[in-house]
Design a protein around this ligand. Structure first.
Ligand SMILES: CC(C)(COP(=O)(O)OP(=O)(O)OC[C@H]1O[C@@H](n2cnc3c(N)ncnc32)[C@H](O)[C@@H]1OP(=O)(O)O)[C@@H](O)C(=O)NCCC(=O)NCCS
Length: 201
C-alpha cells in the first residue's frame, strides 16, 4: 500500500483533515455521549472511568497528536465546509488492532462517529465514501474488514451502500459501556470488489 497519511479530503459539504489537538476536547465530548459510544468503543470495560475523565484523556490525546500527521496514520476530523464546525471523526486503522491473527497492514478496519446533532443528514455516508475511495484508490489497500451491531443500522447501512459484503456468520462483541455482549454483522470489501462495485453503480 501507499502510505499517504491523513491527507486533506474535500467532499461536497465536508472537509476531512488530519487530527489537531484543539479539536480533541470537542471530539471526546461527542464520544462520551452514550448513543455515540454504545456500539463503537471496544476498549475493556475496566477503563470506563478513565475514559470519562478528560484530564486523563487529554494526556493520551496529546501523545496521539504527535503522530497525527505521520504517513502511516489514517484518521481524520470531519468538518462542515459551510461553518467550519467539527462534527465527527473517521479512521482506517490496521485490522490487526482488532484481530491479532491479521498481520498484513494492507488489511484495514474502519471507524466513524458523527455528532448526534448532525446525524441522519448523510454526512456519515459522505465522509465514509470519500475515505474509502482514498484508501482503495490512492493508498491502494487490499481489503477492509469491519462489523457493526445488528441494532446499529445507521452504521451497517453505510457499509452496504459502499459495497461491503455481509458475512453469513455473526459475532458477539463486548462494547465498553454495555454490560452484555452485542451481536454484530461482519463485513468485508476487497479492493477488486470495490472497483467493480463502483463501476457498476
Ligand atoms: C453511524 C453514524 C456515523 C452514521 O452517521 P450519519 O451521518 O447519521 O449517517 P447518514 O446520515 O449518512 O445515514 C446512514 C444511513 O443510516 C440511516 N440512518 C441514520 N440514522 C439512523 C437511525 N437512527 N436508525 C436507522 N437508520 C439510520 C440513514 O437513513 C442512512 O441510510 P439510507 O441512506 O439508506 O437512508 C452515526 O450514526 C454515529 O456516529 N453513530 C454512533 C457511533 C457508531 O455507532 N459508529 C459506528 C460503529 S460500527
Amino acid at each position: 500500500m501507499e502510505y499517504l497519511g491523513s491527507k486533506t479530503i474535500e467532499t461536497d459539504r465536508l472537509i476531512l483533515k488530519a487530527q489537531l489537538m484543539e479539536e480533541q476536547k470537542k471530539l471526546w465530548e461527542i464520544l462520551m455521549i452514550p448513543e455515540v459510544n454504545r456500539y463503537f468503543l471496544t476498549v475493556p470495560s475496566k477503563f470506563r472511568d478513565k475514559l470519562k475523565d478528560w484530564n486523563i484523556q487529554e494526556k493520551y490525546y496529546e501523545e496521539e497528536m504527535k503522530h497525527a500527521k505521520d504517513n502511516n496514520v489514517f484518521k481524520w476530523i470531519i468538518f462542515l465546509k459551510e461553518t467550519g464546525e467539527c462534527i465527527g471523526r473517521i479512521s482506517c486503522h490496521e485490522a490487526t488492532s482488532e484481530n491479532s491473527e491479521i498481520t498484513d497492514s494492507n488489511i484495514r478496519g474502519v471507524g466513524w462517529i458523527i455528532d448526534p446533532k448532525y446525524q441522519s443528514r448523510g454526512y456519515g455516508t459522505e465522509a465514509s465514501k470519500a475515505m474509502i475511495d482514498f484508501m482503495f484508490l490512492e493508498c491502494k489497500i487490499a481489503k477492509i474488514i469491519t462489523g457493526a451491531a445488528i441494532c446499529n443500522p445507521a452504521s451497517w447501512k453505510i457499509m452496504e451502500k459502499s459495497g461491503f459484503e455481509r458475512k453469513k456468520e455473526t459475532k458477539t462483541i463486548q462494547y465498553t459501556f454495555l454490560d452484555e455482549p452485542t451481536e454484530i454483522y461482519c463485513y468485508e470489501l476487497t479492493r477488486d470488489k470495490y472497483l467493480l462495485f463502483n463501476k457498476n453503480s
